[in-house]
Structures are given as structure tokens and as C-alpha cells.
Write a protein that binds this ligand. Structure first.
Ligand code: SF4
Length: 248
């Protein structure tokens, strides 16, 4: 089990044993390594999992910025936004877009992301502030978020889980790459893949956060799209990819 006390549903995958092994490895590896990689494994309800951040709106902003970008660049952009007191939805909603664009320079797609950030903050303000925005039914918040250009299911679910403590499992593109290489066949559809995984993972916030954080980290550190570092990867003992693809 990933986190003790979680509830495991009936398995519906062809390879439930494989998923169980993945979870066991992620659990041990995550607790030993995530801290060094910017995640703070702590109380399941803590916001600090996400880079040690304390403010959920900041997590929302950085979840948008980190799409297809390096965390180091996002961290610098967040510091600049914070220094300019823009990490408040009411202030960000009123800020000139050029100013936002300038402050997040260095982050990939900074021009389009400056628009997304502005729309995100305007939405939060329209709903009455962060508390009123997030403390609604999960699907209502999710539907609001995915209407914003630049926010897809993965980013919306990441915001819901880490900035809203909502019980929803993001299926990141990076997690998908690791799992498919290990040998887990996920449906192409985001929603169906999510439903499949949610049936196999203990249904609690800590397990969902750990699952997302470990797979994203393993993907970035070892399971790169080209030339994965299989010899160093914690999943190498169960992963079929090296045998299938890396024969000399
Ligand atoms: S062993 Fe290689 S292919 Fe498999 S998950 Fe690790 S890095 Fe990716």
C-alpha cells in the first residue's frame, strides 16, 4: 500500500500485481528522495507538499507556470511575482498583462501563460476569492478551470489536489510515460486512465499526492523521453522497457 490506512478498490487492470509493485517501490523511494527534489512529504492536508509553498493560490499559479517548463524557472518567476505583490488574485486580476509577462519571463510559453494567469485570477475573484472558489463541489471547480484557455485536465486536477486538497488523481503526461514503459496499459482517454488508476490506488490524499509527486520526479530524473537512465531508476527491477528496447 502507498499510504497505510488507504482503501484499495477491487482491481480492474490486467496487471494489478504490477501496479501493486509500482506502488510499493514509489512509497519507499518517494519518502527517501522527494524532499531533495522540491516536494515536501508531510501531513496529507498540508499545502507544503508543493515546493514548500504555504499559500494555495500560489500553488495554483505555479501549477499553470510549470506546464512544459523547468521548476527552477517557475520558482524564480514565483519569487518575482511575490516580490511585486502579485500573488493575490485581486491584485493579479488587475495587473497589466505586459507586467505579468515580464515577471514570468524565463518560463516556457510565458506570453500565453500570462493570459492564462490573468484569466485564472479573474475567475477566482468572480467566485468571491480563493476560499469561495475552491470550497465547492470538485466537478464545479474543475469545469470552471478547464474553461480557461491553457488549463487542461492535468493542470486542473493538479490544482484541485495540491491547492484544494480535493481527492482527485492527476494523470500527468510524465506519469503516463513511466507507467507505459513499466508495462501498465493506460487508456488513451485522460478520464478513463484516471478512473482506472483511481480504482487501484488507496483512496486518500497522501497516497494521491505521493503517487503524482513520485512519478513526475522519476520521469524527470530517470525516465526521460530520450535515453532513459534505467540503470539508476528505482523501477528497473520491474520495468520491461530496458529489456524490450535497450538491448545492445
Ligand atoms: S527502468 Fe527505464 S524505462 Fe523503466 S521506468 Fe525506469 S527509466 Fe523508465
Amino acid at each position: 500500500m502507498l499510504v497505510s490506512g488507504g482503501r484499495r478498490h477491487e482491481a480492474s487492470l490486467n496487471e494489478p500485481g504490477l501496479i501493486a509493485k509500482v506502488l510499493d517501490i514509489l512509497s519507499v523511494w518517494g519518502r527517501e528522495n522527494l524532499g531533495r527534489l522540491g516536494w515536501l512529504v508531510s501531513d496529507p492536508y498540508s499545502y507544503e507538499w508543493w515546493g514548500g509553498f504555504k499559500d494555495p493560490f500560489e500553488i495554483g499559479v505555479s501549477a499553470i507556470l510549470v506546464q512544459l517548463s523547468r521548476w527552477e524557472a517557475v520558482d524564480k518567476a514565483i519569487t518575482r511575482l511575490r516580490e511585486n505583490k502579485l500573488l493575490d488574485p485581486y491584485v493579479l486580476a488587475e495587473a497589466p498583462q505586459d507586467m505579468i509577462k515580464e515577471l514570468i519571463k524565463g518560463v516556457g510559453f510565458h506570453e500565453s501563460k500570462s493570459r492564462t494567469l490573468k484569466e485564472f485570477s479573474i475567475l477566482v475573484v468572480r467566485r468571491g476569492g480563493w476560499g469561495a472558489f475552491i470550497n465547492r463541489d470538485l466537478n464545479e471547480v474543475r469545469n470552471d478551470l478547464i474553461k480557461i484557455k491553457g488549463i487542461g485536465y492535468e493542470t486542473a486536477d493538479t490544482i484541485l489536489l495540491f491547492a484544494g486538497n480535493k481527492l482527485v488523481l492527476p494523470v500527468s503526461r510524465l506519469a503516463r510515460r513511466v507507467l507505459s514503459r513499466v508495462g501498465v496499459n493506460l487508456p488513451a482517454s485522460y478520464v478513463r486512465a484516471q478512473q482506472m488508476l483511481e480504482k487501484l490506488i488507496p483512496e486518500d490524499l497522501g497516497s494521491y499526492k505521493l503517487f503524482h509527486a513520485t512519478l513526475v520526479s522519476i520521469s524527470k530524473k530517470y525516465c526521460r523521453s530520450k535515453k532513459p537512465l534505467c540503470a539508476e531508476c528505482p523501477l528497473q527491477t520491474i520495468c520491461g522497457f530496458p529489456t524490450r528496447n535497450l538491448k545492445t
